[in-house]
Design a protein around this ligand. Structure first.
Ligand code: SRM
Ligand code: SF4
Length: 573
């Protein structure tokens, strides 16, 4: 092959972020000076852009923003720190360090994210370096956890097939590491390693000095579980098994959730299948796909810069041909697969290696000691005796994984002591819920999410209970703004923040994560949400077919149209 397809070049003046990257000397900028500057607890916008590549953002506590403004004080600046954790696996020792650091430097909590990693909030500038170094002491780093690079590669956290999961985890780690930025900046700035002066080629052979036009995300699913929301990824990989052995992957490209209110040229999109490759080729396939985005993504307007827009602008077939041309071979035909759900299966399960795994529901991923529910303490006690790992799921939950038979009782005792199984009594709706962080730390939040969804669910539960639907699995997702960090556009019920207490309300995604939802009502508050949902839920209870999911019912019953291509997400019916 070797044929080079020349796709139309992208036009427009490069955005300011491109300039920042170009002048940063491979992500160094003036971060050292900024972090040492004692005059402010913040850093400049310019350096904050670079901080992202180091897995951290400057934020301020929005709960006290106004009050501080009135007092003419600078905002209550603090940093968020996100760990790099391909496949979401931490040892018990690493858990204990996270627990300790949340107390010592953070806001006494940490958050399991929708991409299977951990975020700390509330770290003051003066503690940042110590925080990073202590993370490093347990072999954690935060490189590429944010920024215009490939992020944490997600993978299925299914404990039933532990052997297979292990292999998938190895692939996700290989892809992640292959696509890591190679600059030494992180080690110099945070870990005081010697400055290395390299040529451009040596520093970033895959990315070059401008990195990618925008963030880039990869996830691997093992059917029938779609717990990584494989179609929301820039590259979605679907494991193909023969005789229960992994042989290769179906490859889907161009998914993403973000959009901007009022700009219909932005939309959530599903990744689309382009073919199958054997497993030994997958790392190179991911690299070549990512380099097409590196070369053709929009570097002018950041809100149009994600790979999904590159794919839609150039055409799926053309992008596929370009990837094949870079690979030097063509994809095989997509192999059959079937997804059933996106959620986690809770409680104890025995893996095929005989070990036990306990999947624990963590409401919106927040690990802290709540009144009457000392969750963080309980998990610390478990970590103190646990010899296996903690595995984080894309649904913001945790699997206490690889518990040997003789250790199960001791862990069960702690689970009982702290009543961690109380969540078994939660409605299936709550157990299938996801909310992003939003207020008070997220600078982009327009409305609450994590702090509000639990109480909204309580009210929806009342309606479900009235209709005998307590145990009906329905996915519900809330994001505080249209960036969609909870993948709200993939919820059978979705909420996207519009303003304080107001949400756009979406219906009709599929339970298996194969279809987007669609707007049903715009800019509504709690009262209207509940009065709108009640009759739909009643209708569902009365007229659903056997095994019909809520997301499918609302389409059959004509509440919304099915959306299988994001370009129709905003179309009015
Ligand atoms: Fe996200 C930006 C939190 C998963 C789409 N996201 C942010 C920032 C960093 C806000 C900012 O830029 O100032 C949020 C930090 C809030 C805080 O206070 O901590 C933030 N995103 C999160 C997390 C923590 C949500 C959660 O509660 O779990 C998730 C961390 C994932 C991780 O570990 O890497 C998180 N973000 C997602 C996802 C879901 C996913 O990746 O599966 C999406 C949608 C998928 C996608 O990327 O298309 C997502 N986040 C965004 C976007 C919109 C990107 C776009 O295409 O337009 C932004 C804004 C941006 O990039 O400019 C954003
Ligand atoms: Fe913040 Fe919006 Fe992401 Fe929620 S969806 S964490 S509000 S950027």
């Amino acid at each position: 092959m070797g044929r080079k397809i020349v796709l139309p070049p992208q036009e427009g003046k490069p955005s300011d972020v491109e300039e920042i990257k170009a002048e940063s000397n491979y992500l160094r900028g003036t971060l050292v000076e900024s972090m040492e500057d004692e005059l402010s607890s913040g850093i400049s916008d310019w350096d904050n852009r670079l901080m992202k590549f180091h897995g951290s953002y400057l934020q301020d506590d929005r709960d006290v923003r106004l009050e501080r403004e009135h007092k003419k004080l600078e905002p209550a600046y603090q940093f968020m720190v996100r760990l790099r954790m391909p496949g979401g696996v931490a040892t018990a020792g690493q858990w204990l360090k996270m627990d300790e650091l949340a107390e010592k430097y953070g806001n006494q909590s940490f958050k399991i994210t929708t991409r299977q990693t951990i975020q700390f909030h509330g770290i003051l500038k003066w503690n940042m370096k110590k925080h990073m170094q202590e993370l490093n002491s347990v072999l954690f780093d935060t490189i590429a956890a944010c920024g215009d690079v490939n992020r944490n590669v997600m993978c299925n956290a299914n404990p039933y097939q532990s052997q297979l999961h292990q292999e998938i985890l190895e692939w996700s780690t290989k892809i992640s590491e292959h696509l890591l930025p190679r600059t030494n900046a992180y080690y110099e700035i945070w870990l005081d390693k010697e400055k290395v002066i390299d040529t451009q080629e040596e520093q970033e052979p895959i990315y070059g000095s401008l990195y990618l036009p925008r963030k880039f995300k990869i996830g691997i699913a093992i059917p029938p579980a779609n717990d990584v929301d494989v179609f929301s990824q820039d590259i979605g990989l679907i494991a193909v098994l023969e005789n229960n052995q992994l042989v290769g992957f179906n490859v889907a490209i161009g998914g993403g959730m973000g959009m901007t209110h009022g700009d219909t040229a932005t939309y959530p999109q599903l990744s689309r299948l382009i073919g199958y490759v054997s497993k030994d080729r997958i790392v190179d396939v991911c690299e070549k796909i990512m380099t097409v985005q590196r070369d053709y993504g929009d570097r002018s307007v950041r809100k149009y810069a994600r790979f999904k827009y590159t794919v839609d602008r150039l055409g799926l077939e053309k992008v596929k041909e370009e990837v094949e041309s870079r690979l030097g071979y063509t994809f095989e035909k997509v192999k059959p697969f079937n997804f059933e759900h996106t959620g986690d299966r809770y409680g104890w399960r025995r893996g095929d290696d005989g070990n036990y795994h306990f999947t624990l529901f963590i409401q919106n991923g927040r690990v802290r000691d709540f009144d009457n529910y000392p969750l963080k303490t309980a998990l610390r006690e478990i970590a103190e005796i646990h010899k296996g790992e903690f595995r984080f799921t894309g649904n913001q939950n945790v699997v206490i994984a690889n518990v040997e038979a003789q250790d199960k009782e001791a862990i069960s005792e702690i689970i009982e002591k702290y009543q961690l199984t109380d969540s078994d009594n939660y409605s299936a709706l709550r157990r299938n819920s996801i909310a992003c962080v939003a207020l008070p730390t997220c600078g982009l939040a327009m409305a609450e999410a994590e702090r509000y969804l639990p109480s909204l669910i309580e009210k929806i539960e009342g309606i479900l209970d009235d209709n005998g639907l307590h145990n009906q699995e329905i996915t519900i997702r809330m994001s505080g703004c249209p960036n969609g960090c909870s993948r709200a556009a993939m919820g059978e019920i979705g909420f996207i923040g519009k303003g304080p207490g107001k949400y756009n309300f979406y219906l009709g995604a599929s339970h298996a994560g194969t279809r987007l939802n669609k707007i049903y009502k715009e800019n509504i508050g709690e009262e209207e949400i509940l009065s709108t949902l009640r009759p739909i839920i009643e209708h569902y209870a009365k007229e659903r077919m056997d095994n019909e999911y809520f997301g499918d019912f609302v389409i059959r019953a004509g509440y919304v149209e099915a959306v299988t291509d994001g370009r129709h997400f905003h179309n009015q019916t």
